[in-house]
Design a protein around this ligand. Structure first.
Ligand code: LLP
Length: 418
């Protein structure tokens, strides 16, 4: 069941009205449907139930503790890219033995903590990183489980900023170098090569690039077997797209089915790192129209949310649906929905036909992924509240920042206050 629906002209998330959420928690506020998150995760789980698998939710998509906790309760593993994300998983009750650690620049502090926690796998992105981990593990008298992130040189057909699987991108290593790194790892007593991974990009709408990457990884796995290196898992990363506007990405089920077809009889565990496809459509950002400003060229609706709260439109020209929370009668105009920040790039949506009045509430849809997680305090704007909806119940899962929190970490050197 879709998490958002309209009754008597007003928008609901599950059984909670967005009007009521705005009245209780103020605006702007992010809200997330718990059941939509659970349903997406369970879709992955049931599609994969007949093969060995591990679903490692990509924490960067939405790292709120309550969301991590919901997923941990369902048995999720986690893909982390920083010490902060790793500690969040621990605090949220996630199981470190189901954690994979990605990223091109893991520090020794990060790797040490991950070793202490006995994480499932380090996804290694360079020779220097491999050697650094080997030295650490050796010093600690333990063996680090590793996977090499292969850059399969596949065009994911997505926005250049979120495309990661081309040779020119900073991610992973090419197949030839990967082979050499596996040999180094195999010979090193403090390294255990357990898997291979890739991640070719995000918001991918076709299955072909995934299949191409999977075939590239399978070729490498077979090649390694001939030199006596037997890997146990293939991690295909995340990247499955969602429907923001009129995109038609494969369903979770169809995507997994295509992968399983290629994996038959391989005796390999399939690891996936989905982020967006689990949380994006579960979330929305409610904002209030502060002022309407019709000009000779454009109609601007100035709202209380801005690019610091939801960066995707400004950064990637991303299109997210914007709906009036309650439909009004009247004349429709075409609006640019913009925030109060002093940047021309501060827009949430352009050319949206709506009937609007000052004080109306708008809901920016598809905001569960890469929304709050990419928020900043730019223009000294406190970060907004986050609410989880469960049926008709709402829980505050992220408090709105207060003003003093904006500068609590800053210090005026003594003697300089007057
Ligand atoms: N694994 C790795 C190694 C990743 O780098 C990512 C995302 C994922 C998994 C999860 O990908 P997903 O399933 O969410 O597509 N901020 C951008 C998206 C950046 C994605 C970065 N990496 C946006 O708002 O569109």
């Amino acid at each position: 069941m879709a998490p958002f629906s309209r009754h008597d002209g007003t928008l609901y998330c599950e059984d909670a009205s967005l009007e009521a959420i705005a009245a209780t928690y103020g605006t702007p506020t992010y809200l997330y449907s718990r059941s939509a998150i659970e349903t997406a995760f369970l879709d992955y789980q049931s599609a994969l139930s007949d093969i060995p698998h591990l679903i490692c939710y990509a924490v960067k998509a939405n790292s709120n503790l309550a969301i991590l906790n919901v997923l941990a309760q369902l048995g999720a593993g986690f893909d982390v890219v920083s010490l902060g994300e790793l500690e969040r998983v621990v605090v949220a009750g996630g199981d470190p033995s189901k954690v994979v650690f990605s990223g091109v620049g893991k520090t020794t502090t990060e790797m040490q903590r991950a070793l202490d926690l006995n994480i499932r796998c380090f996804n290694i992105e360079s020779e220097a990183e491999l050697l650094s981990l080997a030295e650490l593990a050796n010093g600690a008298g333990c063996v680090a489980p590793i996977s090499i992130r292969v850059n399969p040189d596949v065009d994911a057909g997505t926005h250049p900023y979120i495309s990661t699987g081309l040779r020119e991108n900073k991610f992973g290593v090419d197949v030839a170098l990967a082979r050499q790194l596996y040999q180094i790892a195999d010979e090193h007593t403090a390294l255990n090569p357990v898997g291979v991974d890739c991640h070719i990009g995000s918001q991918i709408e076709e299955t072909a690039p995934f299949v191409e990457s999977l075939e590239c990884l399978l070729d490498l796995v077979h090649d390694l077997r001939t030199i006596g290196i037997r890997l146990q898992h293939i991690d295909l990363g995340g990247g499955l797209g969602v429907n923001y506007q009129a995109e038609t990405p494969p369903s979770i089920h169809d995507y997994v089915a295509v992968l399983k077809e290629r994996l038959q009889d391989q005796a390999l565990e399939l690891v996936l790192e989905p982020g967006r496809s689990i949380v994006a459509e579960a979330g929305a950002l409610i904002t209030e129209v502060l002022y309407l400003k019709p000009t000779a060229d454009k109609h601007f609706a100035i709202v209380d949310a801005a690019m610091n709260d939801l960066l995707r439109p400004a950064l990637y020209s991303a299109w997210q649906d914007i709906q009036p929370v309650t439909l009004q009668d009247g004349e429709s105009h075409v609006w640019d929905v913009v925030g109060p920040i002093c940047e021309t790039g501060d827009f949430l949506g352009k050319n949206r036909a709506m009937v609007l009045s000052q004080g109306d509430l708008l809901s920016i849809m598809g905001a569960g992924a890469y929304g709050f997680g990419m928020a900043s305090n730019y223009n000294s704007r406190p970060r907004v509240a986050e609410v989880m909806v469960q049926g008709e119940t709402t829980h505050l899962i992220g408090k709105r920042e207060n003003l003093s929190e904006l500068w609590q970490r800053e210090v005026i050197p003594s003697g300089e206050t007057s």
